[in-house]
Design a protein around this ligand. Structure first.
Ligand code: NOJ
Ligand code: CA
Length: 692
């Protein structure tokens, strides 16, 4: 500490004597494979960084810095006062995940900038360079210049991506949180963007900006500053600051994943590598699996959350789902609408929810026992409608109740317009927060920790975005945070044919998504209503995919918990296709993205954990295409029976979505396989090894 202070003071006087401009210093470091070059400088008294990939600029020189409300910040008059370097190459294991063994091979450069005007002070920017990208974070030591409460008022971080670089993004700061259709165009057209935001350069190099380990801070989205230069935009707190903290503190990692092609981004492990190791110890109680539930019926107005004569969550109906789950090997049954609070306009009535009080037609104790007697568990639900004080007041009792009844996973929900999370502060004052502000970042972790004490896993909808915290808290199994299947029930417009081929290269880079795939009745809103006074939604709302593409989603969109979202009676009509959903696992030894183009198509292979079976999912946008895939991911020298579920020759999402070819084919590692995909179609394959 003492030596550190001396260095700052020396650098301060050196800067005063020499003038920062004349003595500009530049430091460089490369990724372990030498393909990524980082440059850090104090040119012009500004902290700046730049990234090049294979000699081509990815991020042109871009500013670094922070501003505070009551303290001097770090924008100009900065000089590099010191730096340290390190390197590390290790492996670690995921308790569950898209791959078991993770390699963390990185070099590190930590650069300390000291200010030459105002009070003596310094900030360190720590960079980690991996072969698949770079992360950096600000670290602020305890120092005289940062005494007391520190309110971050601006983060100056820039990402100069270039005007013409192609981008895929969703806007930030709008009412629907992360639930927007992806936009695509040159980076100069981005106004605001949530992360991950994905880019493609003319050379074919792809990169994606996001963040890792978002803890006790506000989420970062991006804003266009000058054409082609995006700037960090932290979600504000209701008290005006962006972040409230005390030194020492550090920010989350700002991440830039880089790859020579689109599929390389999916194969990156950078976000998880930048998170802290498991903090929960033995997490064998976190069980990946598949579930069905009292859910889609409500979204398509077949049933209802509240009591208007078609209540979904009744004891009898839940038993029907438990029986179906047990018969077909699912380990969970989600039940929404069982607790007091759903009657009336629940979107606006968050204060009315009672999380430990059931409606009279639902018997949690009976159902918890019934489910467990059949090897199934109820999946609990806590819809808060964005009222977090009402929820936190009841949370412990609510988790206790679930634990008592064998509930091991709880889906939470924060349905409320962005910026309309309601809470009462410590002085009794009502406030509104953003879904991705510091208050909510803290709230989600409180929920996850409280649940962990009772061996319960959490799956939030309308969440804060994923930043890889499942590594530290492995009971944070999945989340929403994008347009999921529900938009095909009532979305107006529903998700377009390019949606999932975009998600794979954008939202999915952040972590698992509870997309809830597997809709088999693709024209649900064209059916007569269950009651004349409860009309169906507009028939324009339906899943704009073929049936085969619905199956492909189980492999393409990774989540350790996957729903079979449609009604049991719709699966009963297509047991041939349903067999794939029964067979596909949700926990993987290895995952390999094979091919793809952002928003156009993607093919991913995954090896089942604890088994020699492989699975493959491929899907396309509205353009039909024949995919030729090399089966070099299969174990060398082995033969397999491929159980193929693909679009039939006449399949088309608009005119003939159900046409599907299901057949077996013998294949060997290294062979090529050609898959014809229909317009908005897909293919799903299970590879079972056979003896030679
Ligand atoms: C929105 C969620 O995304 C959906 O899954 C849920 O059914 C409703 N909110 C009600 O909680
Ligand atoms: Ca939602």
């Amino acid at each position: 500490m003492f030596r550190f202070h001396i260095r700052i003071v020396l650098a301060f006087f050196a800067a005063l004597l020499a003038g920062t401009v004349a003595n500009a210093e530049t430091l460089t470091e490369t990724s372990p494979d030498g393909q990524i070059t980082l440059t850090v400088s104090d040119d012009g008294g500004m902290a700046r960084y730049a990234l090049a990939y294979r000699g081509e600029a990815a991020i042109a020189p871009s500013q670094l810095g922070l501003l505070f409300r009551d303290h001097h910040g770090f924008d100009g008059h900065l000089a590099i006062a010191g730096s340290t370097r390190a390197a590390s190459d290790s492996t670690w294991e995921q308790p569950w995940g898209e791959r078991r063994v993770m390699r963390d091979n990185h070099r590190e450069l930590a650069v300390t900038f000291a200010a030459s005007e105002g009070p003596a002070r310094s900030m360190t920017v720590r960079f980690r360079l991996f072969d698949d990208g770079v992360g950096f974070r600000y670290e602020l030591q305890e120092q005289d210049a940062l005494k007391g409460e520190v309110n971050v008022m601006e983060e100056l971080t820039q990402f100069a991506v270039g005007e013409d670089t192609q981008a895929w993004w969703i806007p930030s700061g709008l009412f629907n949180r992360y639930e927007y259709i992806y936009r695509n165009g040159p980076a100069s057209e981005v106004e605001t963007a949530h992360t991950p935001i994905t880019f493609r350069k003319a050379s074919g190099v792809h990169f994606s900006i996001h963040e890792a380990a978002l803890v006790d801070y506000s989420a970062m989205s991006l804003q266009q500053q000058r054409p082609g230069t995006l700037k960090a935009r932290l979600s504000p707190r209701s008290d005006g600051a962006l972040v409230q903290t005390t030194a020492p503190f550090h920010t989350p990692w700002r991440t830039i994943q880089i790859a020579p092609d689109a599929k390389g981004l999916i194969n990156s492990g950078l976000i998880l590598n930048l998170n802290e190791p498991n903090a929960l110890g033995d997490v064998s109680w976190v069980e990946p699996g598949k579930y069905v539930g009292i859910w889609w019926a409500m979204h398509i107005n077949e049933r209802s959350w509240g009591h208007d004569g078609i209540h979904g969550a009744t004891t009898e109906e839940t038993k029907r789902y438990i029986d179906f789950a047990a018969e077909h090997g699912f380990n969970g049954v989600l039940v929404e609408g069982w607790n007091v609070g759903w009657d009336g306009d629940w979107y606006y009535n968050g204060a009315l929810f009672r999380f430990a009080e059931a409606f009279p037609d639902f018997d949690l104790a009976e159902l918890g026992a019934y489910a467990q007697s059949k090897g199934v568990r109820i999946i609990g639900h806590h819809e808060t409608s964005g009222n977090i004080t009402n929820y936190e007041n009841q949370m412990e009792a609510a988790f206790d109740l679930y634990q008592k009844n064998g509930v091991a996973t709880v889906k939470t929900g924060y349905v409320a317009d962005a910026g309309r999370i309601a809470r009462i502060d410590e002085n009794g004052v009502p406030r509104y927060e953003w879904h991705d502000g510091q208050i909510m970042v803290d709230h989600h972790l409180r929920v996850v920790r409280e649940a962990a004490k009772r061996h319960i896993a959490i799956n939030p909808h309308e969440p804060v975005k994923d930043t890889g915290l499942r590594r530290t808290y492995p009971n944070w199994v999945s989340r929403e945070g994008a347009r999921g299947m529900e938009y095909n029930a009532w979305g107006s417009p529903p998700n377009p044919p390019s949606h999932e081929a975009t998600l794979a290269f954008t939202r999915m880079l952040s972590g698992p998504m509870d997309f809830t795939p597997g809709i088999f009745d693709l024209r649900h809103n064209s059916r007569p209503p269950v009651r004349a006074d409860i009309p169906r939604h507009d028939p324009e709302n339906f899943a704009q995919t073929t049936l085969a593409k619905q199956l492909a989603l189980y492999v393409v969109l990774y989540s350790p918990i996957q729903m079979a979202a449609d009604l049991p009676e719709n699966y009963a009509k297509r047991m041939d296709a349903f067999q794939f959903i029964k067979d596909v696992p949700t926990d993987w030894e290895e995952s390999v993205a094979l091919d793809g183009a952002v928003g156009e198509f993607v093919a991913i292979a995954r090896k089942k954990r604890g088994s020699d079976e492989w699975f493959l999912g491929a899907l396309t946008d509205e353009n039909p295409r024949a995919l030729t895939l090399k089966l070099d991911f299969l174990d060398p020298g082995r033969r397999y029976v491929a159980q193929v579920y693909r679009d039939g020759d006449k399949a088309d999402w608009q005119t003939n979505p159900y046409d599907m070819a299901i057949y077996e084919q013998r294949v060997r590692a290294g062979e090529t396989l050609t898959l014809p995909l229909a317009s908005s179609g897909g293919a799903a394959i299970r590879f079972v090894p056979v003896g030679d």
